[in-house]
Design a protein around this ligand. Structure first.
Ligand code: 3PY
Ligand code: MG
Length: 256
């Protein structure tokens, strides 16, 4: 039996746990897989990843059955096609501001007739030419996620959620806090109210909602609210706190 794709898992009943990967290292990807995460978000927007490093990340993740969502730098159709050609399980586009943006993301990730992704079956995702039904299968193979993290996106959210072909909306509390005038205060009531409204609107449209939660302890609360995908933490921050903890324990100090 083939393993369910990320598209199928996002549409299914189970909660999915991810984390962000900024460090371009296959070893870090393997550690994330071995820790038990369901997916990794390979972050080209904020990390130093180049395309070859994303390729290595996808190979390392595939070796462990870890799903890969690549956050590209912007709504750039050739960049979206390139990470999908490598075999990423999905793409996440930051700062999607409108239904027109969301529709452009879908078109970039899907082949004709649904979209206008550049087609070349000899890439890794196409089995280097060996996958007979590759073009048709991409609807099942490639998850399309858009980030809601600005004021315009909040205003246009009902129309964004109605765009055909989206697999999830992913909420960015950090950028939202900046957009809403309380920079960095992701627990501010204004930010929480915006996030909760977005989660409720997505639930009403039966579209999966995801959220970034810097603290893993926040994940159960989000799941109770109906969020299905929580990306908790960033590899740099998680490694930093583990290292600080090790030093504190070795010196007999309280952990910070
Ligand atoms: C945000 O919270 O703005 C994000 O993009 C999460 O990485
Ligand atoms: Mg952001």
């Amino acid at each position: 039996m083939t393993r369910p794709s990320l598209v199928e898992r996002l549409a299914g009943p189970d909660n999915l746990l991810g984390t962000f990967n900024l460090i371009p290292s296959p070893e870090v990807i393997e550690l994330i897989a071995l820790a038990g995460f369901d997916l990794v978000i390979v972050d080209m927007e904020h990390g130093p990843h180049q395309l070859g490093q994303v390729h290595a990340a996808v190979l390392a993740a595939d070796a462990h059955g870890l799903a890969t969502v690549v956050r590209v730098r912007s709504l750039d159709p050739p960049a979206i096609g390139a990470v999908l050609d490598l075999g990423a399980s999905g793409v996440l586009v930051p700062h999607v501001e409108s239904a027109a943006d969301a529709a452009a993301v879908v078109r970039s990730a899907r082949f004709a007739p649904e979209g206008e992704r550049g087609a070349n079956p000899w890439v890794r995702a196409g089995g280097f030419g060996a996958r007979q039904n590759w073009f048709a299968d991409t609807r099942r193979d490639v998850a399309v996620l858009v980030m809601i993290e600005g004021k315009n996106a909040l205003a246009d959210l009902p129309r964004i959620l109605a765009v055909p072909g989206l697999d999830a909306v992913f909420l960015g509390p950090v950028d939202l806090s900046h957009a809403l005038g309380v920079p960095g205060r992701i627990d501010h009531p204004t930010v929480l109210a915006a996030l909760e409204r977005a989660v409720d609107l997505a639930a009403a449209r039966q579209l999966t909602a995801g959220v970034f939660a810097p603290e893993p302890a926040a994940a159960p609360g989000w799941w109770r609210q109906g969020v299905r995908l929580v990306a908790c933490g960033v590899d740099t921050g998680l490694i930093r706190s583990a290292l600080c903890g090790a030093v504190a324990v070795a010196h007999g100090r309280d952990q910070r």
